[in-house]
Design a protein around this ligand. Structure first.
Ligand code: HEC
Length: 128
């Protein structure tokens, strides 16, 4: 190769590399960066009633665990979504899709599911 073609090749290589890199960065950036806080949650009174109807014997601790997972582990790539904005079916799908991304254990995933679905059910007003 003549020196000039080496230079061209080098430029093309660098351009190619930085193109790949920037594509990757923009994919990550597509999910808006997340503040650690989620919606402030005062009481689990309604949620625990709903949860125990669907999953008898559900402990309050499990809903609290689900709540904490949702607001901490599920917000590393995007903000916490308003739970009532999605239908139950959509949530079940998203929970399946997102749990591996948040590296949840089966137990954590179950607690998260109970929290999201009972919160949704208890707080959805005419959105079904
Ligand atoms: C590793 C990053 C990452 C983590 C962790 C993560 N998400 Fe996501 N989430 C995404 C990306 C990226 C999207 C955009 C759509 C897609 O890629 O599927 C998304 C989309 C979603 C959507 C769809 C929103 C819509 O408008 O349709 C929901 C709901 C959601 N995430 C919930 C969760 C929950 C619940 C958790 C915790 C178990 C979680 N996410 C953890 C990256 C993540």
């Amino acid at each position: 190769m003549k020196p000039i073609s080496i230079i061209f090749f080098g430029i093309a290589l660098i351009a190619g590399l930085s193109f790949c890199k920037s594509t990757k960065t923009s994919t990550t950036a597509a999910a808006p960066s997340a503040p650690v806080t989620g919606p402030v949650f005062v009481s689990f009174d309604k949620e625990i009633v709903v949860a125990q109807k669907v999953w008898p014997g559900t402990a309050l601790e499990e809903l609290k665990l689900g709540h904490s997972i949702y607001n901490n582990q599920c917000t590393s790539c995007h903000n916490a979504f308003e739970i009532t904005q999605f239908k139950e079916k959509k949530w079940l799908h998203e929970i399946d899709d997102m749990s591996p991304r948040a590296e949840l254990t089966a137990q954590q995933k179950l607690a998260l599911t109970k929290y999201i679905l009972s919160y949704r059910e208890a707080n959805t007003v005419a959105k079904k």
